[in-house]
Write a protein that binds this ligand. Structure first.
Ligand SMILES: Cc1cc2nc3c(=O)[nH]c(=O)nc-3n(C[C@H](O)[C@H](O)[C@H](O)COP(=O)(O)OP(=O)(O)OC[C@H]3O[C@@H](n4cnc5c(N)ncnc54)[C@H](O)[C@@H]3O)c2cc1C
Length: 471
């Protein structure tokens, strides 16, 4: 039997042996068939069953529930989605405010459900801190961000500027020059959420088949190696993994481009070390560089720390997430720049996962009413909360319910025709390489205190120029 405990710290923390579910061996029928038992598939099944208990829903999962990004992520459950400000800026004030309310409510909605369903996933709503640290230029950029974000009609409390004691109450970072604190974020144990949710939907009557990879998907039916399912509705909830599904109605990688993010975890840290770091109330944090860092304190007092990842030519997925020394070192180096007191702690876990980016750099929740399939994704690294919203939205779209959710700007309520597509290779590969090289160069230049003023300025201008292509 394949062991899944090594795919992330989170899976390693689960009680073993994990319950295994049977695979699909006989042809069958359903109202809705969902491919993939990550958060998107599970939340969609949950809300569909809640709204219409009579539905027969089948989930087909290639490996085990939570095998993908849902069992591996950084544990930030955010009350926002990638690219929301740019997307919403085209809409009137009333709709923007309604959208903010919907997004900010995501962690509270998840809190309500996990309480109601008794899912123990170490949920703590402590907010997120974007901290200017490591080099002085982060402070300028963060102040610009703070000024800019207020143009988007948020409440002042949605993005609070903290410095000095008010910052140190939450996090103590060497040379921190200030932070923007957003209260709409919780931290969770990702695998416990995915596995707990799978148990809940199963109790509600959803049939989950594991080790049942879909190899073809068509209007009204999908096929695994051993059997097929006929269904009124088909929901590909595969995020990055859609790129591997070559036979079907649509080539999913044209909408969801797979990239990887990599992450490390320390051994459990002493109370004394935590006194010197903070994060007492479930706050998560990032330094305000273009390295997309994300950090989190776990229930068993480890520091989990991730940063930017990779893209593989041809939108191929990475299967082996045994990180090499340089991949571990890059994340450890940034972590130690933030917390030098962690220089000698052991890194006990290092892993990564595949996630997906949409061409518009914001997620979408879409339905093709004519061919009866519903698709959500392209969350980038901000899918833990967004998938809950996707589950609620896709269920309303499938059930044809007129709700506020289906009128949001990230929803395509009729067809996928308006969804942007990725260009063919080598454009994504060249673009990704160029952007990442400029970001890495900027970070190396700015974190080196010996870099001259003109080198620093040039590296920022290059990174800013490249950043425009991913917004
Ligand atoms: C390292 C990392 C850190 C991240 N950190 C954060 C974070 O802190 N906060 C945040 O908001 N987001 C984060 N994300 C993103 C977030 O985890 C994802 O957006 C989210 O989990 C996507 O859920 P999903 O269900 O759509 O996809 P997945 O969880 O990837 O689920 C897809 C499922 O489909 C299955 N599958 C694959 N092929 C087939 C097939 N042919 N047939 C059937 N099933 C198949 C897979 O095994 C998998 O279980 C992170 C992602 C990674 C990789």
């Amino acid at each position: 039997m394949e062991s899944f405990s090594n795919i992330s710290l989170w899976m390693d923390q689960l009680d073993l042996p994990m319950p295994t579910r049977k695979s699909l061996t006989k042809d069958t029928k359903a109202d809705v068939v969902i491919m993939g038992a990550g958060y998107t598939g599970l939340w969609t099944a949950y809300y569909l069953k809640l709204k219409d208990p009579s539905l027969k829903i089948i989930i087909l999962e290639a490996k085990i529930c939570g095998f993908g990004a849902s069992g591996r992520n950084g544990g930030w459950l955010m009350g926002e989605i990638m690219g929301q400000d740019k997307l919403l800026s085209k809409y009137p004030l009333a709709l923007r405010q309604q959208a903010h309310d919907i997004l900010h409510d995501i962690p509270d909605e998840v809190a309500r459900i996990i309480q109601k369903e008794n899912i123990q996933c170490d949920f703590k709503k402590g907010g997120v801190l974007y901290v200017a640290a490591r080099y002085p230029e982060q402070a300028l950029r963060l102040k610009e961000f703070h000024k800019e974000v207020h143009k988007h009609d948020y409440q002042p409390s949605d993005h609070q500027w903290l410095e000095g004691e008010s910052l140190e109450e939450k996090i103590k970072i060497k040379q921190a020059q200030g932070a923007v604190f957003n209260p709409h974020c919780a931290s969770i144990q990702p695998a416990k959420l995915a596995r707990g949710l799978a148990d809940v939907v199963e109790k509600m009557g959803v049939e989950i088949y594991e080790h049942s990879a879909v190899i073809e998907w068509h209007q009204g039916w999908v096929k695994t190696a051993k059997a097929s399912v006929k269904a009124d509705w088909v929901v590909p909830a595969l995020e990055a993994y859609g790129a591997q599904l070559k036979v079907g109605v649509k080539k999913l990688s044209q909408y969801h481009l797979p990239v990887q993010s990599l992450i490390i975890a320390t051994e459990p840290l002493s109370e004394q070390l935590w006194e010197s770091i903070g994060l007492k109330n479930g706050e998560v944090f990032s330094d305000f560089s273009r390295q997309v860092t994300y950090g989190n304190r776990t229930q068993d007092n480890r520091l989990v720390f991730g940063a930017r990842g990779t893209y593989q030519f041809g939108a191929t997925l990475r299967d082996d997430f045994t990180l090499n020394n340089s991949e571990i070192h890059l994340r450890q180096k940034i972590m130690i720049e933030l917390f030098p007191q962690l220089r000698d702690v052991k890194i006990t876990h290092a892993w990564g996962g595949n996630l997906a980016m949409s061409r518009d750099f914001h997620p979408h929740m879409s339905v093709d009413k004519k061919h009866k399939f519903a698709l959500a994704g392209g969350y980038s690294g901000e899918g833990v909360g967004a998938t809950n919203l996707a589950g609620r939205t896709l269920s309303d779209l499938i059930l044809n319910k007129q709700s506020a959710l289906v009128n949001m700007p990230w929803v395509n309520p009729q067809s996928l025709n308006t969804l942007s597509r990725w260009e063919p290779e080598p454009i994504p590969w060249l673009g990704y390489k160029a952007v990442i090289k400029s970001f890495d160069h900027e970070d190396r230049t700015l974190s080196n205190s010996q870099s001259s003023v003109w080198r620093r300025k040039l590296s920022i201008e290059m990174a800013k120029f490249m950043e425009r292509f991913i917004q």
